[in-house]
Design a protein around this ligand. Structure first.
Ligand code: 13P
Length: 246
């Protein structure tokens, strides 16, 4: 690991209800016992829980993020949508944008770019997801895809210090598969090269669990992890953190 902030971001996806927030008591207690200063814990629950969760976490160092936001930072007639200003208002400090599960629903690089700009305007930090599908990997298109996602996603964006990149190969999300270390090292180094001089934080996401973390934590160009399934179980989430920092 690099000597920078080590992020553990929980993406709860479309899981969790008010009762599930009680399970975080264990994580809060654990977070208070962490000696290392440069650890950041961020929970991204469904939008319905952001307000309650940020109230619950007020006296802790754990931060809250959202999982998506609308591309407009203004209020408007967009039924069912939530914008970054509203998310900030209820306590979110981060927003995940460009997640492959939303790209699969039709979000393209251009739209993601608008969303990033708008969320930055509202003062949120961005967790910007990029990654290739299995087909793209098989066709040796990984670099080409990553390059396009970075170029278009970050087009004309000034406030780069508020952006964290999350490399999530689509084929590794929810499948139990993770990239071979040499492939992951190569992709991270390619991403860094594409990003230029600015020292972005880069997270890895995709089937991170308390077994494979022992292997993943040895890749010292990664600044943390974006964790789906395993983050819903406080015991598993704590285990991942413990195995990384100890
Ligand atoms: P899993 O950890 O469940 O594979 O999900 C990863 C992910 O999509 C996080 O954003």
């Amino acid at each position: 690991m690099t000597n920078k902030y080590l992020y553990f971001v929980a993406n709860w996806k479309m899981y969790g209800d008010l009762k599930a927030l009680n399970s975080l008591d264990k994580v809060i207690k654990f977070s208070k016992s962490i000696k290392q200063k440069k650890i950041k814990l961020i929970y991204c629950p469904p939008s319905t829980l952001i307000n309650s969760l940020s109230n619950k976490l007020k006296k802790t160092k754990i931060e809250v993020g959202a999982q998506n936001s609308h591309e407009s930072d203004k209020y408007g007639a967009f039924t069912g949508q939530i914008n970054s200003k509203m998310l900030k208002n209820v306590g979110a400090r981060y927003v995940i944008l460009g997640h492959s599960e939303n790209r699969q629903l039709g979000e393209d690089n251009k739209k993601i770019n608008s969303k990033i700009k708008s969320a930055l305007k509202s003062g949120l930090k961005i967790i910007f997801c990029i990654g290739e599908t299995l087909k793209e990997k098989r066709n040796k298109k990984t670099n080409q895809v990553l390059s396009k996602q970075i170029k278009m996603g970050l087009k004309l964006i000034q406030k780069k210090s508020s952006i964290i990149i999350a490399y999530e190969p689509v084929w590794s999300i929810g499948t139990g598969l993770i990239p071979k270390p040499k492939d992951l090292i190569k992709s991270i180094s390619f991403i860094k090269k594409k990003l230029g001089k600015k020292p972005y934080k880069i997270l890895y996401g995709g089937s991170v669990n308390s077994d494979n973390i022992k292997q993943l934590k040895n890749i010292n160009t990664i600044d943390g992890f974006l964790i789906g399934g395993a983050s819903q179980d406080p015991k598993k989430f704590i285990d991942i953190i413990k195995k990384t920092i100890n």
